[in-house]
Design a binder for this molecule. Structure first.
Ligand SMILES: Cc1cc2nc3c(=O)[nH]c(=O)nc-3n(C[C@H](O)[C@H](O)[C@H](O)COP(=O)(O)O)c2cc1C
Length: 210
């Protein structure tokens, strides 16, 4: 199959979205929890959470254009905080359902039946059954001129997970937490680790990590 820029452009819009959403590679899948100034909670699925840097510890995600109501964004704007929650296989249908366009007065936590919890006085809600929970403070945003999406940057303030899933070197084994990933915007997968390697150096034989 060969598709040129122009043939992609001429595809029916749904088919083009399916193609381009999946072709960029395997993605993370996370639930972002937020709260408005008046205390209304919100939960939505995002497949664009990415590592920005580890020192300081930063994560980012892509927010679609604000041409329609974006409750997660409005809440972050009001309260400056949000949570990132990994998705366990048992939660995928509920997680997917959070993408529906509910009214702002309706909390996805309640409507999809995912229990919320508040940890250590952090203002934004976490997903109780999520195997890895991350608290973030809004840091900055960058508007992408090409399509009016925004890269939202959050500073990691707290991380919660069972200690059994972390290796001695610090690595958190997302296969042990059973965190799911995403292909496009409707397929969810489990990860398998093929190998872990030592730091690669020129002229040095590459070894697997023991
Ligand atoms: C698998 C999946 C991944 C998604 N990823 C994103 C994303 O990265 N950025 C985004 O703005 N919307 C994404 N969406 C759409 C949001 O989940 C959807 O717009 C949701 O209604 C936003 O909720 P909110 O208005 O309560 O914030 C995704 C939807 C699905 C099903």
């Amino acid at each position: 199959m060969h598709l040129s820029h122009n043939s992609v452009k001429e595809l029916p819009s749904r088919k083009r979205a399916q193609l381009i959403n999946s072709i960029g590679g395997l993605k993370s899948a996370n639930l972002i929890g937020s709260i408005s100034k008046s205390g209304q909670t919100n939960l939505a699925i995002f497949n664009s959470v990415m590592h920005i840097g580890s020192h300081p510890a930063l994560l980012g995600f892509i927010l679609r254009p604000t041409t329609v109501e974006r409750h997660t964004y409005e809440n972050i704007f009001e309260t400056n905080v949000f949570t990132i929650n990994h998705i366990h296989p048992k939660m995928i249908a509920q997680a997917h359902q959070t993408s529906a366009k509910y009214e702002k007065s309706i909390s996805e936590f309640e409507v999809v039946n995912l229990e919320k919890e508040f940890l250590d006085d952090f203002k934004a809600p976490f997903v109780k059954t999520s195997p890895i929970k991350i608290a973030c403070e809004y840091q900055n945003e960058y508007k992408i001129q090409e399509n009016a999406c925004r890269l939202i940057i959050g500073k990691i303030t707290d991380i919660y997970f069972d200690e059994g899933i972390q290796n001695l070197d610090g690595f958190v084994d997302l296969t042990k937490s059973e965190s799911v990933g995403c292909i496009g915007t409707d397929a969810y997968f489990k990860a398998t680790i093929l190998n872990r390697f030592e730091y690669a150096e020129v002229g040095k034989e590459l070894n697997s990590k023991s």
